[in-house]
Every structure is written in structure tokens, then in C-alpha cells.
Design a protein around this ligand. Structure first.
Ligand code: NAD
Ligand code: TYD
Length: 343
């Protein structure tokens, strides 16, 4: 089995590569990654020592690069993790989201079609469903919930989903889509809520909470997401969408307070800042379909997962200190300068 994993130098793709190389000693993986600000070769340090792993630097939206790679390697499955993934950045600069998330997915599917109807899996997000109200806890996203996006990020991911289903219906390309809730775990880029709060708290810096902190996300430990994708690739039904979620809804302020408690840091570090534009209130996934059809279940309880994650950041300071000391520092200054009204 030879897999093309795009975006493998990022958070979830990197975890997926480690998971697959450990589980299947006979799988070969080629990782195609542009190494944007979010891509880190150090995330793949262990994979580089495995003879079944190969890394190629390149852009999924560049047809020539993609076609050359497909002509050279004979892939059995393509799993597309590569994306611009941060909502706040999509608000600042939407264009690159359209190029990578939409055109990039289309270029990959076109190559799958051209080089032998190759199996394609699109890694998507629950954000394509828009948001749910805070006062209706019984409501959850199912695969039949209409697409109703809020941010340029979610609009670009929804567009890629629609294209993926179009390639199935029109060309018979064997495709599947997974729509997962918020992930957390090792190698998570410190611009996202959980790693941002852990790394800033460790440095005794203010913790910027958007709005009133009551927005809710459904958190899933990244390894459980990797297991779900592995199952969908091997047992999923072509042309189907699978929701993946952790049955684990928490408000942002709850998460931030929990992190402070675990790190023994004071709540006075919390700073309420200006809200995100178009901020989605609540995400909640109903994962019944993947649970029933593919026998998947979220195995890591939040208490254990957050403990593992905090310990990972404590034990891997070099990984994130290198990130926050570079270009990322400038991004933080720019993004939060206008937000931090209490500073
Ligand atoms: P990430 O930002 O950590 O990593 C993205 C990776 O893609 C990076 O390595 C980057 O270099 C690479 N990349 C970006 N543009 C590229 C291009 N044009 N060509 C090749 N490589 C490129 O993202 P993540 O959090 O690991 O998310 C992975 C996927 O999962 C994304 O498609 C995202 O939409 C989806 N997703 C993420 C979450 C989450 O909670 N993080 C939840 C659900 C779905
Ligand atoms: P994020 O990790 O960016 O994921 P997403 O927006 O894709 O769900 O944000 C998770 C939640 O945390 C979201 O409601 C926005 C909020 N948030 C903050 O309050 N402060 C921050 O500095 C960041 C990055 C996010």
C-alpha cells in the first residue's frame, strides 16, 4: 500500500504519518508539503528514520509538481490534509485559502483521475456546517445538516467538499470525506487555542480570550481522528461523508481555566479581547454514522488527552520555542495588537 499524505508537516497530517508508520510496517508514505509557516520538518523527525517514508516539498495547487509526482510514484490512496487552516488568518487574507484549499484539492483529484482513478480522501471540518446556538444543546451536526459557512476558511473547505462529491458523481472518482471537530494533541501549531494557551501560560504571558469566552467547541484527541481516517480509508463507502467528533463540548473559558489549573498558573493571566469577526458560537458533532458503520469510537477521554498534551508541550519546548521565536512572533503582534483592549 502506498499513500500520498499531503500537509504531513502540519499538526494532524504529522500525527497521521506517525500513526500509520507505527501501525503498518508494510505501508509506504510519501508526504507532499509546501512547508508554509504551519509546516515543520521537525514534526516528522522520527518518520525520516523510517525507510518507508519519503518527503517531497511542493505545492498541491501546482499542477506540474503534482502531475510529476503522480507519474513517478504509484499511489493507492491520496489523503489530503494540506490546507490553510486558521480562521483568523482567513479573515486577514482569504485569497491563499481559496488557492490551497479549493484549487489544491481539485488539482489532486484531477491527478487521481488521470493516473488511474486513485482513491481520494478529503480531510474536512465540522466548520462547513456553520454554527449552532448556545441555548439548544440537543442540536448537533449530522452528515445531512446543510452547509452554511461563516468564515473564508470554512467557505473554502466547504467548496472543496462540494468538488469532491462532484468528482464522485461526475467522474466516478472513489472519494470519501471526513468532517471532524476541533483536534488537540502533540505538534499543534501554537496559534490555535489549546497550544497557544499552554505555551503562553508557560511563559507567564497574557491569555487572549475572544469575546466572553462562552463559545463552545467539541474537542477530539488527534490520535482518535487519525484512527477514524484510517478506518474510512479501508472500510468507508465511496461518495460518503463521515462526521468525526469527540462527544466532548467545552467552552473556551473552561479550557483556558483548566490549562491554568494544570500548570499551576493564576487566572489573572486571562485577558478578554475583542471578539473574532463572525465568530461561530457552538460546534457539536453527531458521530453516530461512523460509530455504527465503521465501529469507530473516540477512545481518549479529555482529562487524559489534555494531560498528555500539556506534558508533550512541557517535554518538547524546543519544538514550540523555535516556532514562537521566528516569523510567528510578528504574526502574533499584528493579529492581537488591535484585539487586546485591556493592555
Ligand atoms: P496545519 O495548519 O497544522 O497544517 C497544514 C499543513 O499543510 C502544513 O504542513 C502546511 O505546510 C501544509 N500546506 C499548506 N498549504 C499547502 C500547499 N499549498 N501545498 C502543500 N502543503 C501545504 O493544519 P491541521 O490542523 O493539521 O489541519 C489538517 C487538515 O485537517 C486541514 O485540512 C484542516 O482543514 C482539517 N481539520 C483540522 C482540524 C483542527 O482542529 N486542526 C479539525 C478538523 C479538520
Ligand atoms: P481555534 O483554535 O482557532 O479553532 P477554530 O476557530 O477553528 O474552532 O479557536 C478555538 C476557539 O477559541 C474559537 O472559539 C476561538 C477561540 N480563541 C480565543 O478565544 N483566543 C485565541 O487566541 C484563539 C486563537 C482562539
Amino acid at each position: 500500500m502506498k499513500l500520498l499524505v499531503t500537509g504531513g508537516a502540519g499538526f494532524i497530517g504529522g500525527n497521521f504519518i506517525h500513526y500509520i508508520l507505527k501501525k503498518y510496517s508494510d505501508y509506504k508514505i510519501v508526504c507532499l508539503d509546501k512547508l508554509t509557516y504551519a509546516g515543520n520538518l521537525s514534526t516528522l523527525k522520527d518518520a525520516f528514520t523510517n525507510k518507508n517514508f519519503k518527503f517531497v516539498k511542493g505545492d498541491i495547487a501546482d499542477r506540474k509538481t503534482v502531475d510529476n509526482l503522480f507519474a513517478k510514484e504509484k499511489f493507492d490512496v491520496v489523503i489530503n490534509f494540506a490546507a490553510e487552516s486558521h480562521v483568523d488568518r482567513s479573515i486577514l487574507n482569504p485569497e491563499v485559502f481559496l488557492v490551497t484549499n479549493i484549487i489544491g484539492a481539485q488539482v489532486l483529484m484531477e491527478a487521481c483521475k488521470k493516473f488511474g482513478n486513485i482513491r481520494f480522501h478529503q480531510v474536512s471540518t465540522d466548520e462547513v456546517y456553520g454554527d449552532l446556538p448556545l441555548n439548544r444543546p440537543e442540536l448537533m451536526f449530522t452528515e445531512d445538516t446543510p452547509i452554511h459557512t461563516s468564515s473564508p476558511y470554512s467557505a473554502s473547505k466547504a467548496s472543496a467538499d462540494l468538488l469532491t462529491l462532484a468528482y464522485f458523481r461526475t467522474y466516478g472518482l472513489p472519494v470519501t470525506i471526513s468532517r471532524c471537530s476541533n483536534n488537540y494533541g502533540p505538534y499543534h501549531f501554537p496559534e490555535k487555542l489549546i497550544p497557544l494557551m499552554i505555551t503562553r501560560a508557560l511563559n507567564d504571558k497574557t491569555l487572549p480570550v475572544y469575546g466572553n469566552g462562552k463559545n463552545v467547541r467539541d474537542w477530539l484527541y488527534v490520535e482518535d481522528h487519525c484512527k477514524a481516517i484510517d478506518l474510512i480509508i479501508s472500510k468507508g463507502k465511496m461518495g460518503e461523508v463521515y462526521n468525526v467528533g469527540g462527544h466532548n463540548e467545552k467552552s473556551n473559558i473552561e479550557i483556558v481555566k483548566l490549562i491554568l489549573k494544570k500548570l499551576n498558573k493564576p487566572e489573572s493571566l486571562i485577558t478578554f479581547v475583542e471578539d473574532r469577526k463572525g465568530h461561530d458560537l457552538r460546534y457539536a458533532i453527531n458521530p453516530e454514522k461512523i460509530e455504527k458503520e465503521l465501529n469507530w469510537t473516540p477512545e481518549t477521554k479529555f482529562d487524559k488527552g489534555i494531560e498528555n498534551t500539556i506534558n508533550w508541550y512541557l517535554e518538547n519546548k524546543k519544538w514550540w520555542e523555535d516556532i514562537i521565536s521566528g516569523e510567528y512572533e510578528k504574526y502574533y503582534e499584528k493579529m492581537y495588537k488591535t484585539k487586546e483592549k485591556n493592555l
